[in-house]
Design a protein around this ligand. Structure first.
Ligand code: NAP
Length: 496
């Protein structure tokens, strides 16, 4: 008998561990506290999870510290094999992970499947990198020493992830930490913790030893992680989330002189030059804007379009946005899901209303959608004044504000007029121009005639207030390694 959709959802939720993972065992929170995780498309509770308190956070770090020494001594191939088995398992269970992400986060199933592929790829990439943490051996210039460098795991890490990519944000940190030989405490976002729970069980099943990964969902992020960041046994903090929270955590981490990786907010400009292929630019714009309903740090936040193609681009973009279908992510027809919560939807609406009051014109959308769930209409705004709030803040919603420019210098000046420096997109048929503009843009990531550029093999990260450190690529492994230098006396000294 074929299971109904509701039965499939229930069966999946029944398989999600609901406890805290500490020392290889799922257990209740101290005092038995729990919190509800809801479906943003319906507001319905999906599952109640254990709600970690400060004692549980400490127990998780105790477990990570206890496991660190033996884990660091495991053969790189052993760590690599665990990651590879986890990659195979997540890939084999792609439909299950995708459905779970759609249930807790709201994105359409097709996008969740895309995230499973992207997120799983970090497991495969770092299973391959685990055996390539090379040091070097060389002679010092004057010949009196031999320089030996050894790569060692930094030690126990605290990993804090946001709600918008429930699988990929976890695998992007957990996989390199495992590859490097670090133990860790993972604190997922309280809005979307279920995927991390299921992923942690996959890693246990793949043979990850007890205590290497500890997972502590909580509604008291600051109370639980604050003492860990101050604990001298912790060696690294890797955080992905908003710039204001990142800034605060950096200040706390300074007391303990922690290694930090900070993947923070963005305000990506999307530049379309007069020589661009407008159809390709519109397709790129839809991907850069609408992936994750606009709830991505790399989301195109401001569209800067050359005057000569502004009308053609705006009309075509508005047409594509109008054709999208809002709905629950589990429905096959849905191309745009709900925003994560009422607060996010209301913030998007506030930004749009303020822009319209200042003279911006909605070509399409411009208001929340009717009905249950936190839906917002796909929106295109033209004539947005250059100093408007919507161009300065992360919108984190399906809204595309368009501003016109006249030449390269103006385009670069507008693009760089933000405290953020994560991603930018440039559409032009002139490769020389694309590279020239790229050299002038203050960003860590550049899409050249491409609207989606996240890839496990590439270094992801920002400059300015978008953070520091890189995830993915060979750089992603170095974030979890420290370099020890061994100076060796000249082996030829006795022969002189
Ligand atoms: P957020 O509010 O900063 O939260 C991120 C994580 O930090 C969550 O796990 C949150 O826990 C936790 N947190 C909040 N306050 C904390 C505190 N005082 N101490 C310790 N942890 C704390 O960000 P978000 O709303 O989840 O995510 C959206 C933001 O993330 C956007 O700004 C987006 O641009 C950014 N982001 C950046 C990247 C990147 O790679 N650069 C990728 C994705 C997202 P709770 O869930 O319990 O509040």
């Amino acid at each position: 008998m074929v299971a109904t959709i509701a039965e499939r959802e229930k069966e999946l939720l029944d398989r999600v561990p609901t406890g805290l993972l500490i020392g290889g065992r799922w257990r209740d929170a101290t005092g038995g506290a729990t919190f509800d995780v809801e479906d943003p498309a319906t507001g319905r509770t999906l599952l109640a999870l254990a709600d970690a308190g400060p004692e549980d956070g400490k127990a998780a770090l105790d477990a990570a510290v206890a496991a660190q020494e033996s884990w660091a001594r495991t053969a790189p191939r052993e760590r690599s094999d665990i990651l590879r088995r986890a990659f195979d398992a997540v890939t084999a269970r792609a439909d299950e992970f995708a459905l779970l992400m759609t249930l807790e986060m709201g994105k359409p199933l097709a996008e969740s499947k895309g995230e499973v592929t992207y997120g799983a790829e970090f497991l495969r990439w770092f299973s391959e990198e685990a055996v390539r943490a090379f040091g070097r051996y060389s002679a010092s210039p004057e010949g009196t020493l031999r320089v030996l460098t050894v790569k060692k795991p930094v030690g126990p890490c605290l990993l804090i992830t946001p709600w918008n990519f429930p699988l990929a944000m976890a695998t992007r940190k957990v996989a390199p930490a495992i590859a490097a030989g670090c133990t860790m405490v993972l604190k997922p976002a309280n809005l979307t913790p279920l995927t991390s729970q299921l992923f942690a069980q996959v890693l246990l099943d793949a043979g990850l030893p007890a205590g290497v990964l500890n997972v502590i969902p909580t509604t008291r992020a600051g109370d639980v992680t604050g003492p860990l960041i101050k604990d001298s046994r912790l060696r690294k903090l890797s955080f992905t989330g908003s710039t204001p929270v990142g800034r605060r955590l950096l200040a706390d981490a300074a007391d303990n002189v922690l290694r930090t990786s900070m993947e923070l907010g963005g305000n990506a400009p999307f530049l379309v030059f007069e020589d661009a292929d407008v159809d390709a630019a519109v397709a790129g714009a839809m991907a850069a804007k609408m992936r994750n309903m606009g709830e991505a740090c790399t989301a195109a936040n401001r569209f800067l379009v050359h005057r000569d193609v502004a009308e053609a681009f705006s009309t075509a973009l508005a047409g594509k946005m109008k054709a999208l279908t809002l709905g629950r992510g589990t429905e096959e027809s849905t191309t745009v899901g709900p925003l994560i919560d009422a607060k996010s939807r209301d913030k998007v609406d506030e930004l749009v209303s303020a822009a319209v009051s200042s003279g911006a014109k909605p070509l399409v959308g411009g208001a929340p959608a009717e009905g249950d769930g936190y839906f917002y209409q796909p929106t295109v705004l033209t004539d947005v004044p250059a100093d408007n709030r919507i161009l300065q803040e992360e919108i984190f919603g399906p809204v595309a504000p368009i501003t016109v420019f006249d030449d390269e210098d103006e385009a670069v000046r507008l693009a760089n007029a933000t405290e953020y420096g994560l991603a930018a997109y440039v559409f032009t048929r002139d490769l020389g121009r694309g590279l020239r503009i790229g050299e002038r843009l203050e960003v860590g990531l550049l899409g050249l005639n491409a609207g989606v550029i996240s890839n496990a093999s590439a270094p992801f990260g920002g400059v300015k207030q978008s953070g520091m450190g890189r995830e993915g690529g060979p750089e992603g492994l170095s974030e979890y390694l420290s370099t020890q230098y061994v100076g060796i006396s000249d082996p030829w000294a006795d022969r002189a």
